[in-house]
Design a protein around this ligand. Sequence first.
Ligand code: AMP
Length: 416
Amino acid sequence: MGAAAEAGRLLVINAGSSSLKFKLFAAAPLVAGLGGLIERIGDAANSTLSAKLRLPDGSTQKWEDKTPITNHTTALEKLMRFLGDNVSSSIEQEVAAVGHRIVHGLDIAKAVLLDDAVIKKIEKAAALAPLHNPPGLAGIAAAQKVFGPAVPHVAVFDTAFHQTLPPHAYMYALPMEYYKQHSIRRYGFHGTSHKYLAETAAAMMGRPLGQLNAITCHLGAGSSVTAVERGRSVDTSMGLTPLEGLVMGTRCGDLDPAVPLHIMRTTGVGAAEMDAILNKRSGLLGLCGNNDLRNVIERRAKGDPEAALAMDVFIYRVRKYVGAYTTALNGHVDAIVFSAGIGENSPLVRALVCGELQRLGVIIDAEANAEMVGGRQGFISKPESRVKVLVVPTDEELSIAQQTVGVVFGDMGEQM
Ligand code: AMP
């Protein structure tokens, strides 16, 4: 790694339409420092900056600061003043690179240094990710303005890890013109998380990533499963958009494509409302009126039949994908990895997904499973389980920081 990185810090930014998540890392070695969130950007009366720092003794220092923030540029200016006051008075000179989380990168297959051509591609991809890419671009423009031309910016794409999908996995069986003229195909999302899960699982199992076959389950408010063959994504449950695949908090996941057409024809619902029904009013919320699985599990325990049904549909869909991806990997699965809010915290979900899969080589250790909650990382399968089952708290910011270091200062990121 170069001298610049040794002296410097990395800033990771994840810009939403009215929010900006950030995390500051020391560059060498790569260690996470202060992280936080600027919320309600554009709603000047209510905008806030909150930040948290874990201290060496395990305690945390917290800040919450209400200040009018009108756009992403004022948000970043505010952030730099805040970091200047609370981290280092020379923070402006210390930030050696900025890593940006960008959702859709079309055919870009790895993290890249931002230049005009990459920005054009992110703009083009905005047609496929209208809620995510425009705020990402706003974050880039703001950071370029605040840091000036001397600081390199790196884009890390949610879609990049899935660019290794073979055509038989990414093509929809639609008229070819929609692929050729409109780029309609499966892209997959949560790629930064699935990449991190595969790398971490390989390290935990003591084998090179290139020799690991795994099924990685990112189960949170948005959920997806990925089949990883020799360290590369070969199939994933999300498609053109994050709507395909698993049942999620408010998204329906897989659906007969005739269903929305039928609803539109018979009820007069228009395209925008149909979009909202599928993305915001379906999933667990649609099935039982609650999109937080914690509440669904509580209601189910009290005998609520709608909650029990929602849970059954959710679990069955995950199991179907685990089965399908076992076949995609020709039956050669070294590991099943659970992550994100549900995967990291719900022994019940993990037990139900993996239950009765002994014939596939999966044997869960109930005690280890019960203990693996609240950010703990480890194995939850019995030693005799042919397929290892792991819980890995995902860390997309760390992965973005690693990839940013790799792009700007050499390929150290590739080794981690
Ligand atoms: P994420 O999108 O990764 O932040 O995950 C958020 C989701 O995780 C929430 O909507 C909850 O449904 C779920 N979650 C968090 N803790 C638990 C838990 N202990 N049991 C079940 N689900 C949980």
